[in-house]
Design a protein around this ligand. Structure first.
Ligand code: VGL
Ligand code: ZN
Length: 200
């Protein structure tokens, strides 16, 4: 059992990121049982849920002539375009049916139509907070362990933001799965390590 000051953050274990989903990550469902077991070791568990409105600006379908995995320039910088995924209220946005949801907090992100939000802490403008930092600090959390989907996007951005905010961060890569588009997985591992994240 970890001390009460150490929280588990489970990133986006949702149907659309699992095999058969709109933005399926290979083996995304393989990690569910291990995450459920790991929850027993933590006094504070947070789940995140990617939760986009219809027509979200991160969807290729919202940009004429663009396909998924193409880049567009947004006011906050380059943005990868994705297939429509995790639309609010759809089955694709639901947590994997086997995932334990008896968590302390479920935080939703990606609701702003104009800004994507990979990180559980900030939208992709790196400025607009989700409120998770305040929640963790007021609960006395100093350490966080991250698991979930996808290693190279939402887990990566969340881990780096947490480290930059001063939390002691561990990523359990055995309980994560990546998209690995154009070398993104290796780059993410390097980026997390340089930010001071312990990558296991
Ligand atoms: C994610 C791409 C788009 C993720 C979310 O959870 O890693 N990736 N939206
Ligand atoms: Zn998304």
């Amino acid at each position: 059992m970890h001390p009460k000051s150490h929280a588990l953050i489970v990133i986006d274990v949702q149907n659309d990121f699992c095999p058969g989903g709109a933005l399926a990550v290979a083996g995304g469902d393989d990690i569910v049982a291990g995450i459920n077991t790991l929850m027993d070791d933590f006094g504070v568990v947070v789940l995140t849920q990617d939760w986009h409105p219809v027509g979200h600006s991160s969807f290729a379908s919202s940009h004429a002539g663009k396909s998924p995995l193409e880049l567009v320039d947004m006011p906050y910088g380059p943005q990868v375009l994705w297939p429509d995924h995790c639309i609010q209220g759809t089955t694709g946005a639901d947590f994997h049916a086997d995932l334990r949801t008896d968590a302390d907090l479920i935080i939703r992100k990606g609701m702003n139509p104009a800004i994507d939000s990979y990180s559980a802490f900030f939208e992709n403008d790196h400025t607009t907070p989700t409120g998770l930092e305040g929640y963790l600090r007021t609960r006395g959390i100093t350490d966080v362990t991250l698991v979930g989907l996808a290693t190279d996007f939402c887990v990566n951005y969340s881990a780096v933001d947490a480290a930059n905010l001063g939390f002691k961060v561990t990523v359990r890569t055995d309980l994560c799965r990546g998209i690995d588009f154009d070398g993104s997985l290796a780059a993410a591992i390097e980026g997390m390590k340089s930010a001071g994240v312990t990558v296991l």
